[in-house]
Every structure is written in C-alpha cells, then in structure tokens.
Design a protein around this ligand. Structure first.
Ligand code: MTE
Length: 307
C-alpha cells in the first residue's frame, strides 16, 4: 500500500459519506440563506427583465464576494468597512435632484426608480483601478431614459453626480480623506451610451447599502471609481465637472479613467487583474472588453493625455 493511501479504519463508508455530504450541503445552504438575510435585511425583491444584448455570460461573483469586499469611503477606507458600517447609511426618504442645463428639473424618490423606468438585469464586468475585478448581476435602467425625461439644453455637455453628504452618521465623512460629497462626472455622449446604467439592485433584490443603495451609477468600460454610489444629485453642466479622485490625486486619476492596459497607473501596471475568487491573474482588456460599444467615443483622442 502506498503511503498516500488511506488506512483501512480511516476510510469513510459510503452511507456515512453521503450522510455527511447532505449535512455539509444543508449547512452551506443555511449559511448562504443567513448571509443573504444579513445582506438583504428587508429582502425587497425587484421585478425586471434579463438583458441578453449587453450582459456577459461569464461566471458571476457570489453575493458574499460582492457585498464584503467594497470601496465606499463614506463608510470607511478598508475593504470590509462598508459591510461592517452598512447600517450607518440612512436611505429613508431618499430623493435625487435632477437639475442644471435641462428643460425639466425634477426629483425622484425610491418608488419612482421602479415605477418610471424599465428595470433590466445587466451582468457586467467591474474592473477596479486597484487591479482586481468582479462580475456582478446589476439591476437597473439606462441613464439615457432619465436624460430623455430631463431634456438637456444645447448648453449641457457633461453630467455631474454627487453622493450623499451626512457627516453626522457616515464615519468616513468625519475625516477629510476625500473632498466630500463624493463627486463624479461623464461627458454627455458617455452618459447616453446604452451600457451606462443607474443601478438600484443586484442579485434580484434592492441594492445592499455597501454597494451604494438606493441608486448608483455603473459605467462598465471605466475603472470602478467612476461608478458613484448613493447618488443625491445629477446636474447637467456646460464645463467638465470636478471629480473627487481627480481633486485628490490629479496625476493618478484623470477625468476619463477608461480601462486601458496600455496606460499604467503611475504606481502600478494596468495590464493584468485578479478576478476576486480566482488565483491566476487575467489579461486586462481594452475598455474592459466593451471596445465594440464604446471605442468610437474616443476616436482621435490621445488616450495617454486623456487618461
Ligand atoms: N462611490 C462613493 N460615493 N464613494 C466611494 O468611495 N468608491 C468607488 C465606487 N463608487 C466609491 C464610490 C470605487 S473606488 C469603486 S472600485 C466602486 O465604487 C466599488 O463598487 P462596489 O463596492 O459595489 O464593488
């Protein structure tokens, strides 16, 4: 008998083996259930259609991975802080203001997100500037639907987004780690691209707080920090707006921030990425794999200059 074989009295008989498997399986199912109850305390599910045109069929990351490894500086700067401090974000009576260079200024509350817009599940790759990535089954609607309601004037060239500002309750906003409120921006044609969505849920339920409840932006061909969470204000503007990371470190984070393996971050390469849950690194794709849909937006631009 080779030394790698199990000794006779250590071999589990088949019946016991199946019993143990059943116990392990049910305890995994139980812990998944309790985990999902923890993440989704009110478990409000959403009705939506599944998008086939823009969704990737790659394996999605688990709910646990998507909700326990986050960047949300308002809730702390560690990856687990947003999960730990999730209850510090108060989403009651949430209103989003739409204003600026538009014919129709209006506000939206959380019921409007589901009543006014057609919700779809969009399975997108998310590539973070820190060279990790995930695949997330977002639920949301195209930002362009909201743009059509707002009717931008001829002056509107960009959209500026602003997150929640609540330093009394949000632990990260008690310090000036970033210029608060968190701000982001898009050129109007980027905002109108059908890939750009406002997400209100994931995995069939309303967004967990750590992922930017009740509404956040998703721009899948840009580094994750462009996908601003917990939005309070959407303003149509004439000039390129300020963004929090560009104000913080202009040499590291430009306005465009398109995923680009050929332009390195000043402190690390962007050529490869680690998909959360995987060991071997993957090659990063130009525009995060969405080049067919968006490369035309940047034709003729020097992408080293406009990074
Ligand atoms: N939005 C706000 N308001 N505050 C933030 O700190 N972090 C950004 C982005 N949106 C951030 C934010 C960064 S750096 C990333 S990578 C993504 O959110 C992460 O989204 P996720 O936690 O849902 O994966």
């Amino acid at each position: 008998m080779s030394k790698y074989c199990l000794k006779g009295n250590n071999v589990t008989d088949e019946k016991l083996f199946h019993q143990r498997r059943a116990i392990i399986k049910s305890s995994i199912a139980f812990s998944l259930l309790t985990f999902s109850n923890l993440v989704f305390p009110n478990i409000k599910s959403l009705s939506f259609s599944k998008d086939l045109k823009y969704s990737t069929n790659e394996q999605t990351n688990t709910l646990k991975q998507i909700t326990s490894y986050n960047n949300f500086y308002e809730l702390g700067s560690g990856k687990r802080d947003p999960m730990i401090n999730a209850d510090k974000l108060n989403t009651n009576n949430w209103q989003v203001t739409i204003d600026g260079e538009v014919e129709n200024k209006f506000t939206l509350d959380t019921d409007d997100f589901t009543k006014k817009f057609p919700l779809e599940e969009r399975i997108y790759r998310l590539r973070c500037v820190e060279a990790w990535s995930m695949v997330v089954p977002w639920i949301g609607f195209e930002l362009n639907h909201l743009i059509k309601l707002a009717k931008p004037t001829y002056k509107a060239k960009y959209i500026s987004f602003e997150s929640v500002y609540d330093p009394e309750n949000l632990p990260g906003q008690k310090r000036d780690t970033l210029a608060w409120p968190y701000r982001e921006g898009l050129r109007l044609d980027e905002a109108r691209n059908p890939l750009t969505i406002l997400s209100v849920g994931l995995y069939g339920r309303v967004l967990p707080n750590q992922n930017g409840s009740p509404i956040r932006l998703i721009v899948p061909w840009k580094y994750g920090f462009k996908s601003i969470k917990s939005i309070k204000r959407i303003s149509f503007v004439e000039n390129m707006p300020d963004t929090s990371w560009n104000l913080e470190a202009p040499k590291e984070y430009g306005f465009y921030s398109n995923v680009n393996p050929y332009v390195s971050h000043p402190r690390w390469s962007q050529k490869r990425e680690r998909r959360i849950g995987e060991f071997r690194k993957r090659e990063t794709l130009m525009y995060n794999g969405y080049a067919d849909n968006v490369a035309h937006l940047y034709e003729g631009m020097d992408l080293k200059k406009y990074f």
